[in-house]
Design a protein around this ligand. Sequence first.
Ligand code: GTP
Ligand code: K
Ligand code: MG
Length: 361
Amino acid sequence: MVNITEKIKEIEEEMRRTQSIKQGNCKLARLRAQLLEPAPGAGGGGGSGFDVSKSGDARIALVGFPSVGKSTFLSKITKTKSEIAAYSFTTLTAIPGVLEYGGAEIQILDLPGIIEGAAEGKGRGRQVISAAKTSDLILMILDATKKAEQRRLLEAELEAVGIRLNREPPNIYLKPKKAGGMKITFQAPPKYLDEKMLYNILRDYKLLNVEVLVRDENATVDDFIDTIMKDHRKYIKCLYVYNKIDSVSLDFLDTLAREPHTVVMSCELDLGIKDVVERCWEELRLIRLYTKRKGIDPDFSEALIVRHGSTIEDVCDQIHRTLKETFKYALVWGASARHVPQRVGLGHVVADEDVVSIVAK
Ligand SMILES: Nc1nc2c(ncn2[C@@H]2O[C@H](COP(=O)(O)OP(=O)(O)OP(=O)(O)O)[C@@H](O)[C@H]2O)c(=O)[nH]1
Ligand SMILES: [K+]
Ligand SMILES: [Mg+2]
């Protein structure tokens, strides 16, 4: 490692002296790529720098090939300055930053660039992807000037480690049993599956006693395997962000911007950054609640942030660990209430901008 670091320093010196930037950048990228390779015998590469602890209300991971502008973007939207340079593999570890938006604190993880073969461990790729797997939203940063296939290649790398982008878990019920053999039921005639196929797959996975109910007629073999492997699958939303639109034609930019789940920006010209942040906020679907004490107006200055689909029980847990024990009922004003205030129990699902008052026993 020390050797490589020294060599990098030498080349940087030489670049300054000779001003041969292009050649220097190539050499630098090659050496820095070596820094990302696991040391021999390190068993997949030491985890240094990747185990950033989660903080804030949600986590967004910046994933992409080298030099697409991930660190530039992080530096634009947070106070953190991550190193930016024209050569590949400038970023060597996970760099966290905090985006403050809508009263929430969102952790943004800037990650090293990944390359083809990342899922097999190339260039510490597996660690990078594992870090992405812990996020609530993946921002796939793409270079608008590069070939369209970059997106498909990256998707394949993420798929290979069990990440499913912008998809719901398959609508298949599967429950291992102690005895009774395999019991397979289809709710409607399946288009891509048959009973024998499922028997064979279950046998391959040594699931000999199991109950299966396929609710979706369009379910595929891959869906079925995802269901068996559900503990190793992660369904994450993904926003495709094309950077460097300052360097493409207006027509092409227009085509890109019309793709689903896609936004375009130029960090260099400060174009579209706000839109990207807004879209992130929408995708995260965080809920802002305002709490109110009896006889006092609600406190609108500070929101309590919870996840989409949260119940009053989740709200209690977020306020204080033991609040649930003394909970009597809650009063709710806002979109989730049928009439205001509505008196509700722990199971009530809250909506964005609700006002909540917890009444204790
Ligand atoms: N033309 C153009 N260049 C940009 C833009 N955003 C970033 N860059 C340049 O792209 C290069 C790479 O930027 P970085 O932010 O280091 O990219 P990265 O994805 O973090 O790179 P790695 O950490 O090496 O994977 C730098 O020279 C940036 O100045 C942009 O919107 N337009
Ligand atoms: K770079
Ligand atoms: Mg970087």
